[in-house]
Design a protein around this ligand. Structure first.
Ligand SMILES: Nc1ncnc2c1ncn2[C@@H]1O[C@H](COP(=O)(O)OP(=O)(O)OP(=O)(O)O)[C@@H](O)[C@H]1O
Ligand SMILES: [Mg+2]
Length: 403
């Protein structure tokens, strides 16, 4: 049997034939979406966005129109709504909803635009309009109503919501603003008195659950049915490597695939993709058939300065998501955990944090919070009382380049 071609891709979300497996997760998601909104939480780089794209691509088979938006860069609530307007406006069946709103009382907030290709006129939410700030709630509510009136059922995929919630929390550490937004968003998802025709999937890294619990706003997401996304199973990882190898005409023996999985440590598709990519490159360059020893060389190169960006991302994201001083504290904990392969005990980590937070009670609460996030986000795993890096690869990077 001829295997289908699968492209080796390292970085951007994958789509179509390049999206491998996730059959079980997709089945579960569609099952849940029949009755519920979904919260898709997974560590960094596990493949959330790719999975959201896949949901969008498969939505027509489920009689749904789908739109995808990311709110990673939204700084204010009004920008969250703008992302929604823009996503809908660029969907051929969604434009109608935006047009409908553009005829209502909020029309002055929608700027007419024409795409460069002189395509049809469309609208964008003008967040710089003087009263945009007051009307973001109404804008989104009118849009949701207009979407329902179009007569289709919709699937709205919101990526990176936890980052936006963290942004709001930084702007107002009392949590009032985040609570206000989250409450409003819950009401938008669940309009009173009627069955919603819009299904929502809210996705992101870092435990949104941990964050909302810390700020006592857990009730604002309790309508979302949680679905977890993890690494590939060893069987799927092996099949994935086979598929890549066949697509590129590379011979990867059983021992070589096993070595790739062993060195990846944590079988997220991203790690398999980057190791395969380099392996393919070296094998082609030196006309070598890959061996386990070549895999080791590949990993060594990947951890060197040239490929820093692959892993540095995990460090940068901490700052983007946690802000100061939480990021510095998280970095200190990670560096302590990186030092030994078996990780660090909770006591050791408490001591490390003690250098940043002197009050014992405050320190313990902060330790719980940060460890919760680092576990959720896939940096650390806990075994008994030890916290160690989930990925041996990331740990090696940390030891060499960060700690
Ligand atoms: N199902 C898949 N099949 C093949 N490769 C995949 C799959 N899912 C993810 N990948 C690989 O992992 C990388 C990251 O995927 P993606 O961007 O979807 O993850 P993410 O969880 O959204 O990451 P981030 O947390 O950075 O937003 C992709 O560039 C691709 O190499
Ligand atoms: Mg993503």
């Amino acid at each position: 049997m001829l295997a289908r071609m699968i492209e080796n891709s390292v970085g951007r979300p994958v789509r179509g034939g390049n999206f491998f497996d996730r059959e079980r997760e997709l089945r579960l998601l569609w099952q849940r979406l029949a009755t519920d909104h979904v919260l898709l939480l997974a560590p960094r780089r596990v493949g959330k966005t790719s999975l959201l794209y896949r949901l969008a691509d498969d939505a027509p088979q489920h009689e749904l129109r789908a739109v995808y938006l990311t709110v990673a860069h939204a700084q204010r609530e009004v920008e969250f709504v703008k992302a929604l307007v823009d996503a809908l406006g660029s969907h051929k069946d969604g434009e109608g909803a935006v047009k409908r709103v553009s005829k209502g009382p909020l029309k002055r907030l929608l700027r007419r635009t024409r795409r460069i290709d002189a395509g049809p006129l469309s609208f964008e939410f003008d967040t710089s309009a003087p009263d945009a700030e007051q009307h973001w709630t109404t804008m989104a509510e009118e849009l949701a109503t207009a979407m329902e009136r179009l007569g289709h059922a919709w699937l709205v995929l919101v990526d990176e919501l936890p980052i936006f919630v963290m942004t709001l929390l930084r702007q107002d550490p009392t949590g009032l603003r985040a609570r206000g937004f989250l409450n409003w968003f819950r009401d938008l998802r669940n309009p009173a008195g009627r069955a919603p025709r819009i299904r929502w999937v809210v996705a992101g890294s870092i435990g949104l659950d941990a964050v909302v619990a810390r700020h006592n706003v857990g009730d604002t997401i309790n309508d979302l049915n949680p679905v977890a996304l993890g690494a590939f199973t060893p069987q799927v990882a092996d099949a994935f490597l086979r598929a890549l190898a066949e697509s590129y005409g590379l011979v990867l023996g059983d021992d070589v695939r096993a070595r790739v999985c062993e060195r990846a440590g944590w079988l997220i598709p991203f790690y398999l993709q980057i190791i395969f990519s380099k392996l393919h490159e070296l094998a082609t360059e030196h006309l070598e058939t890959p061996t386990p020893a070549l895999v080791d060389r590949v990993v060594d190169e990947l951890l060197g300065p040239t490929y820093r960006a692959y892993f540095d991302y995990w460090r940068q994201r901490l700052t983007e998501e946690l802000g100061h001083p939480d990021d510095t504290q998280a970095l200190a904990l990670l560096s302590a955990a990186a030092r030994a392969p078996e990780g660090a005990s909770r006591d050791v980590l408490a001591q490390v944090l003690g250098e940043h937070v002197s009050d014992a009670a405050e320190r313990d609460a902060q330790l719980r919070y940060l460890l919760d996030i680092l576990e959720n986000d896939g940096y650390l795993v806990r075994e008994a009382d030890q916290y160690r890096f989930r990925s041996a690869l990331l740990r090696e990077f940390w030891v060499r380049r960060v700690a």
